[in-house]
Design a protein around this ligand. Structure first.
Ligand SMILES: [Zn+2]
Length: 369
């Protein structure tokens, strides 16, 4: 029997508008031969939540990663999530090994923190910002994390590894610095995707029978207003603070401004009143108690604060000096960036099997069992 081999590529912020604005002959051909689905990302539409969802085939209610920044309810202390201590589900790699699907598994990401979150069960694990020395010899020198070149480097590393080691299961996730800086019709956005498309073409020429899935973790839109939900509430006499879910150490991407936030109340008895105040605030589109948010978005009940808020299309949340400030930033996190493509090639499934990007991992897992 022919050995089944799978490549999952998550183009960070690779939404339909970005793909459609560039001339991408390989992706066009994959979509034509296989399928192209307009699917949903997991909300909050941020990188780690979605990558972990795809790479475990589960929603945050199961895998536990709901944010980049975890706040301990009992101590009130916050910390960046930069390894797998908070991860509650096995990775696709671990399951593929357990079910003897793969002799060899490989993970390629740009940032070390995502590598540390997902590396369980991998034989090969490469972070482009700090690669193993032998990769520098074959793929080229390390590129800056704030560049388009780092994603090209990453996909070349995938190509070389497929040639040399032939792993059965490969997951690759790029980074979204380009989309944070440039709109879909701008030159650098287009160059970025055209080169990725070209390398994908080389991978397929090498190995035409491999199953390929191309999807995204979220989209990216222009924002004009920043809002601090914690400050909005405090100014109305409800003591609270809020954590933008996007918050991480890579501030050059987004200035920690994103379209979703978890609100922590000093008194949980204020919940209904706080939700009403937030819903009446221009820029806030949705506000849910933790119970309702966990149920609606399949989030982990203990890791989403007291209230989950989603911004409208042009608003982002941040930790500010005032309740509202103007801004000019491209970012994500809200429902408006939660629409992503799924392109499948050589897939045993059809377009209608995919509703969420998570389904790429979920269907793969189910097929192993
Ligand atoms: Zn992302």
């Amino acid at each position: 029997m022919k050995r089944r081999k799978v490549l999952i590529l998550c183009i960070d912020a690779g939404s339909h508008d970005y793909l459609a604005a560039s001339n991408l002959p390989t992706i066009r051909q994959l979509a034509k031969t296989g399928f192209y689905v307009h699917a949903n990302a997991v909300i909050p539409s941020v990188t780690n939540v979605n990558n972990v969802s795809i790479a475990t085939g589960t929603f945050p209610e199961t895998h536990g990663i709901t944010t980049n920044y975890h706040v301990d309810r009992t101590t009130g202390k916050g910390e960046f999530i930069e390894d797998n201590r908070f991860l509650l589900a096995p990775t696709l790699f671990e399951t593929a090994k357990a079910y003897k699907f793969a002799d060899k598994t490989a993970l390629f990401v740009t940032k070390k923190k995502l590598l540390r979150m997902l590396e369980a069960g991998t034989d090969i694990a490469v972070a482009a910002e700090d690669p193993p020395p032998e990769y520098i010899d074959t793929v080229g020198p390390v590129e800056p994390i704030y560049s388009v070149e780092i994603n090209w480097w990453l996909l070349r590393a995938v190509r070389e590894t497929l040639r040399k080691d032939d792993p059965e299961l490969v997951y690759c996730s790029t980074t979204d610095w380009v989309q944070h800086k440039y709109a879909p019709d701008e030159d650098l956005s287009q160059q970025h995707l055209v080169e990725l498309d070209r390398i994908i073409g080389e991978i397929i020429d090498d190995e035409p029978a491999r199953e390929i899935y191309i999807t995204a973790d979220h989209g990216m839109l222009e924002k004009t207003t920043t809002l601090d939900p914690g400050r909005v509430l405090t100014e109305r006499g409800i003591p609270a603070s809020s954590i933008p879910i996007i918050k991480d150490r890579y501030v050059a991407h987004h200035g920690n401004l994103g379209g979703a936030a978890y609100v922590f109340l000093e008194n949980q008895a204020d919940t209904s009143e706080a939700i009403q105040v937030l819903l009446d605030t221009p820029g806030i589109e949705e506000a849910y108690s933790a119970e309702d948010a966990a149920r609606t978005f399949r989030l982990h009940r203990e890791r989403i604060g007291d209230i989950f808020v989603l911004a409208d299309k042009t608003t982002v949340f941040g930790e500010l000096e005032a309740a509202v400030e103007p801004t000019a930033v491209r970012s994500h996190g809200s429902r408006h960036e939660s629409y992503v493509p799924i392109i499948g090639y050589n897939s045993p499934w059809s377009a209608t099997d995919f509703e969420y990007n998570v389904d790429v991992g979920r269907l793969f897992l189910e097929s192993l069992r």
